[in-house]
Write a protein that binds this ligand. Structure first.
Ligand code: AMP
Length: 163
């Protein structure tokens, strides 16, 4: 369990570590891979969410899935990617959160994922929580813990040490 003081400081402003949906680069499942490749190279990210027209989160598209597809077409010609859709190569979303205050879960999942989609209960996309934004919060915590809390080292119990 996360220490209560640490949790309180990290959660002071949960909105600060959520990147809202309207500034997240996304594609739709019916977009062509040619379009998706343009989006990925423009934003410079290697994985972005795939949304339905009603903003349901449908999957994740990675640059490596697009380049794999590209290598399968004769001559690796980018224009041939216009015949393949994002839906054909996107991956399912295995990890997401529906509450930005579920810190324990967020910290555990971000060990293995560079970002987590934030969705409503019915999987409507709200934004993402990235490792970078959480690290900024942890940095804030590291510099401000003693502003609000008196942190002193506990006396070690010698008996416990010999156990
Ligand atoms: P960061 O922690 O900022 O390096 O972001 C981690 C990952 O989150 C990136 O590699 C992208 O896959 C994703 N990401 C971050 N910001 C955005 C954004 N504005 N739009 C789409 N994906 C993003």
């Amino acid at each position: 369990m996360i220490d209560a003081a640490v949790e309180q400081l990290l959660l002071e402003d949960p909105k600060s570590y959520v990147i809202p949906a309207d500034i997240v680069a996304t594609v739709t499942a019916t977009n062509t891979l040619e379009h998706a490749l343009m989006v990925l190279s423009k934003v410079g990210y290697t994985r972005i969410p795939v949304l339905a027209p009603d903003d349901h989160l449908q999957g994740l598209l990675s640059l490596s899935a697009v380049t794999d597809s590209l290598l399968k077409v004769p001559g690796a010609a980018v224009d041939q990617l216009s015949g393949v859709q994002v839906a054909d190569v996107m991956q399912p979303v295995k990890r997401w959160v529906d509450d930005p205050t579920k810190l324990e879960k967020i910290l555990n999942l971000l060990v293995d994922e560079p970002f987590l989609p934030l969705v409503t209960e019915d999987m409507i996309f709200q934004g993402i929580i990235t490792r970078r934004e959480i690290l900024k919060r942890v940095n804030y915590l590291a510099h401000n813990l003693d502003r609000e809390y008196q942190v002193t080292r506990r006396e070690l119990d010698p008996a416990a040490e010999n156990r």
